[in-house]
Design a protein around this ligand. Structure first.
Ligand code: FUC
Length: 965
């Protein structure tokens, strides 16, 4: 750090000295205009860029610390719309996308380029120049994190760059001698001069106690290495830096945009023609018509966004010993420990659900050693300022001041030493310990963010740190501690998590890591989805960007549902409540869309939604998929199926299910053969190839539609029967069920994805949509419908043989499907693929190319549960898909449909004992590999054995049953 004070000074002098000279500059220098990066150039306020598509160059100077001599650097430039070539000191260091004339954009990809050491000028200014081409829509360095990093430190590159419209290869190079007037002017206008030096890490830290802790021997070098904490509403990614700590912050209602009516009255006018074209197989014309008339207006949604960052900066340690960073999944506490200058330091951070604040405490075993500078920042739309000698507020309004208002407010409570405000920062000096409390709120629910924050902080500050910590951990443990899973420790339980994962990537088996992965899926759900909050979005709660991939939204054609697959079975039913509230929030807007777009009753949602009630078709023809609401209703039914809670069924679930079913009843049409089908329809994100060669997303009666409708209708009939309601409606639904087009087996023996046995351009497609009926649905089961189950298997094998299962969520689904086949080893192989190919060092799931999505984590946890316990088709299957890799182990606290809580122990791959706690009275039908005996309170229970491996008894609410092999 001391080095950089000098450099800053130099830059400051230049700035002061050149203020007058700037006016004297002429010609080329003037064509470069200052621009704030990141952000779309259309929004920069620069006239020449307001509607610009085409070429422009960005550049800035970076004062690389002398201490980085000999280091290769990583240059992160966030996302660039659409393609770029990036130069450092005139040399090309990386490019993404393809420049014209064969232009191909790759705007979703994070730019990370390696800069070889010999290209870097340590201790001097370096020129970064980025040639950008934008083919349409937003352009430029639009989003993400920008910075330079190496093992010895990092610099942030967000802020003032320069931009110039046009294209000239000369702009790649150092414009002039840095000591010339033009060079100095540029340094004054757009130079990054502040760096953080990373201390040298020496000495190995001991592993933390307890098997459910992720841990590392170095700080996170990037967001995907940081560790997530959250209380459902407020979240942070903790980086664990020594001299500079970063907590990237999120608040679950912080979305861009606002409510708007995107319904398109044209849709209904053109619906009959669309249906005619699709029945006639005129896919091209149907697609054109759909694009022109059937989509919402507009057909895009606005994104979820980062709240910003909390920085603790100014550390000066050159060398630290025994560094350890960890996340205790059982308590939700993230921790950093290290020794420096003869003292031991510890930081703990957690997001408290009971107190609704984020808490960070930093202490040292030597008095007076805690000194730091605190600030908060956000890439756009917010400013940070001190509000009191020990309080900071980051305050803003989305969308350039037209969207939601938000605030993050921080209080620093020091023990000993001093805290004082200094402009937009707080300085803590010479403290024995400091506790930071951070509250955040938005105006989404109508509250005043500043007031809400102040209230929460006021209440939390009344409690001593120990009480905040105790209450938060107890609340988290109440949920987390319900399920224990022991698959054995694995070969190297003493290694840090990243090293264990690296060993798995090299081919090692590590059942201990698999058990952690399972619990991590539960941890993420607990941390991102608590009653009263919004449901877990594509990234759960944790999102670093303003324009994140896929808007970090709610995708309804697999992703949101998969987030909740583990909720019931892994004993977190209250974590599904936000999903139920969310479904409720889609009812009114979805009813309007049903009416305006399709002339139907009930409610509908398509494949994308946000927090503003967006229910219209979005994106393109693959968005014309009106099954979102119907699929979501499966979760309402499942909540009842697992709990037997009739009140929930009557008051919350059934009215919504019925509403979704009313839409489906109206939407179904008869095909020329008199079968009920959906039209328009699409099999999520996949395309068919018709016999005449046409490719199309759109079709008639995609199999998945028929399965979702079957699922919903069957559950509606069952619910109406349980509740003794709606006889006429029941009759109508039953009649429709009988007329639904049937599931069919195609030419490869596969379950057909479409009504016709079309060829498919992408047989390894990541979506496994029509296997819905096998998992998570139960229309097809191994024992009940063996012919169709074989067709499911044929399809699954075909997908995998053609490269399927490539995204994390897709692979998790594959694992769950293998579990339903009782194929433990194959399910286990897929969990292995998930860990090897789609998991970061912080165990977060990855979608290619390198994007966190929570669905894979949740889906993976659900698949592991499904390997141990299944309860569809009216029976509990104990250890149905135990792989050879887990010869002994135990699990407790899993839940089963019918109202059971189940624990099991196994040895040499065989069930030793199961404990079944009945939470409802009713039949219990067990399926096991070997014959079993059932006891309760020491006495034998009367059982029936209607088939081999099947044992039935009458369970009584509140009783425990012991099952032994
Ligand atoms: C679906 C998937 C993609 C991605 C996106 C968020 O559209 O097809 O792979 O997961 O959701």
């Amino acid at each position: 750090m001391p080095v950089h004070r000098a450099w800053r000074l130099q830059a400051g002098l230049l700035a002061a000295g050149l203020a007058a000279g700037a006016n004297a500059q002429s010609g080329a220098a003037e064509a470069w205009t200052p621009i704030t990066v990141p952000g779309a150039w259309e929004q920069s306020g620069i006239e020449a860029l307001r509607n610009h598509d085409g070429f422009a160059w960005y550049r800035c100077l970076v004062l690389v610390p002398a201490a980085w001599k000999g280091q290769a650097l990583e240059l992160a430039l966030g996302r660039i719309d659409d393609c770029d070539q990036t130069f450092v000191n005139g040399a090309l260091v990386g490019e993404t996308g393809v420049m014209p004339p064969n232009y191909r954009g790759l705007s979703g990809q994070q730019r990370r380029y390696a800069v070889p050491a010999e290209r870097v000028r340590p201790g001097a200014y370096n020129l970064i120049a980025v040639r950008v081409y934008d083919g349409g829509g937003e352009g430029g360095l639009v989003g993400g994190v920008l910075g330079l990093s190496c093992p010895r430190g990092s610099m942030r590159l967000e802020g003032r760059w320069q931009v110039r419209v046009g294209d000239d290869p000369a702009w790649a190079s150092w414009p002039v001698d840095p000591d010339s007037e033009a060079g100095r002017l540029m340094a004054a206008e757009s130079a990054f001069t502040e760096a953080t030096i990373t201390p040298e890490l020496v000495g190995k830290a001991e592993p933390p106690p307890g098997p459910m802790t992720l841990w590392y021997r170095q700080p996170a070098a990037k967001w995907l290495e940081a560790l997530p904490i959250g209380n459902g509403r407020l979240g942070a990614m903790v980086f664990g830096g020594v001299n500079a700590e970063r907590l990237q912050l999120n608040e679950d209602t912080l979305w861009s945009g606002g409510p708007w009516d995107t319904n398109n009255p044209e849709a209904l006018v053109h619906l009959p023609e669309e249906r005619r074209l699709l029945f006639a197989g005129e896919f091209g014309a149907a697609t054109d018509l759909a694009n022109q008339y059937l989509m919402g207006t507009p057909n895009r949604i606005r994104p979820y966004q980062t709240l910003g960052d909390l920085w603790l900066e100014g550390g000066t340690h050159d060398r630290v010993r025994r560094y350890r960073r960890e996340l205790d999944l059982a308590t939700g506490i993230a921790r950093v420990n290290y020794e420096a200058d003869g003292a031991r330091y510890e930081r703990e951070a957690f997001a408290s659900a009971p107190d609704q604040v984020l808490v960070l405490r930093w202490r040292c075993d030597h008095p007076g050693r805690i000194s730091t500078m605190l600030r908060m920042s956000r890439p756009a739309d917010a400013t940070c300022q001190a509000e009191a000698p020990n309080a900071l507020a980051l305050r803003g309004q989305c969308d350039g001041g037209t969207g939601l208002r938000f605030e993050a407010r921080l209080v620093a409570l020091a023990e000993g030493g001093e805290v004082r405000a200094d402009g937009d920062r707080l300085r803590v000096s010479g403290a024995n310990a400091v506790t930071l409390l951070l509250a955040a709120a938005t105006s989404f629910r109508g509250e005043d963010p500043a007031e809400a924050c102040a209230q929460r902080l006021h209440a939390a500050a009344e409690k001593p740190y120990a009480a905040l910590r105790r209450d938060s951990a107890a609340d988290h443990e109440r949920l987390f501690g319900r399920v224990h899973l022991d698959l054995g420790p694995g070969p190297h339980p003493e290694l840090p998590t990243d090293e264990r994962l690296a060993a798995v990537r090299e081919g090692a088996e590590d059942p201990g890591l698999v058990a952690q992965y399972f619990q991590y899926g539960r941890y993420l759900l607990i941390s991102s989805s608590r009653p009263g909050d919004l449901p877990a979005n594509l990234q759960g709660l944790w999102c670093e960007e303003l324009e994140p991939p896929w808007s970090c939204d709610y995708h309804l054609n697999i992703n949101l549902q998969m987030n909740y697959w583990p909720a019931e079975v892994t004993n977190l039913p209250e974590c599904a409540e936000p999903l139920f509230d969310y479904i409720d929030s889609l009812r009114a807007p979805g009813a309007k869309t049903a009416r305006v777009h399709y002339g139907c009753q009930g409610f509908v949602a398509h494949h994308l939604t946000d927090i503003w009630g967006f229910t219209t078709p979005a994106d393109g023809p693959w968005g014309l998929w009106p099954m979102g609401a119907a699929w979501l209703c499966q979760h309402l039914w499942e909540h009842y199926a697992f709990s037997g809670d009739q009140e929930f069924l009557r008051r919350r679930a059934y009215p919504v299910m019925k509403d979704a079913a009313l839409f489906c009843l109206d939407f179904l049409v008869e095909d020329p053969q008199g079968r009920l089908v959906t039209n328009p329809s699409t099999s999520p994100e996949n395309a068919l190839r018709a016999p005449d060669g046409q490719q199309s997303n759109l079709c008639v009666g995609a199999t998945m539609d028929l399965e979702i409708i079957h699922d919903l209708f069957t559950h509606c009939v069952a619910a109406a029967e349980v509740l003794g309601e709606d006889e006429a409606f029941r009759g109508e639904v039953t009649a429709a069920l009988a007329k639904l087009a049937p599931l069919q087996v195609g030419r490869y023996g596969q379950l057909q994805e479409w009504l016709e046995d079309y060829d498919e351009p992408e047989p390894g497609h990541r979506h496994l949509s029509h296997l819905f009926a096998f998992y998570p649905g139960d229309q097809i089961t191994l024992h009940g419908t063996p012919r169709l189950a074989r067709a499911v298997r044929a399809l699954l094998e075909r997908r995998l043989a053609n490269g399927g299962g490539g995204t994390g969520w897709s692979r998790a689904w594959v694992a769950a499907l293998w579990a339903r086949f009782g194929e433990g080893d194959l399910a286990h192989d897929s969990i292995g693929v998930l860990l090897r190919q789609s998991t970061e060092a912080n165990l977060l799931d990855l979608h290619p190319p390198h994007i966190f999505q929570m669905d894979g984590n949740s889906g993976g946890a659900a698949a592991i549960a499904e390997m141990l316990l299944q309860s569809h088709g009216g029976e509990l299957s104990l250890l149905p898909a135990l792989p050879q890799a887990w010869p002994r182990g135990s699990v407790s606290g899993l839940r089963a449909r019918g109202g059971f809580e189940v624990g099991m122990e196994w040895r040499e791959g065989r069930l030793v004992k199961a404990t079944i706690h009945a939470t409802c009275t009713g039949p219990c039908r067990l399926r096991t590999r070997e014959a079993v005996r059932v006891q309760s309170a020491g006495a034998a229970v009367e059982t029936l054995h209607p088939a081999e491996g099947v044992t039935e008894f009458e369970a009584e609410e509140g009783r425990r049953y012991e099952v032994r092999g």
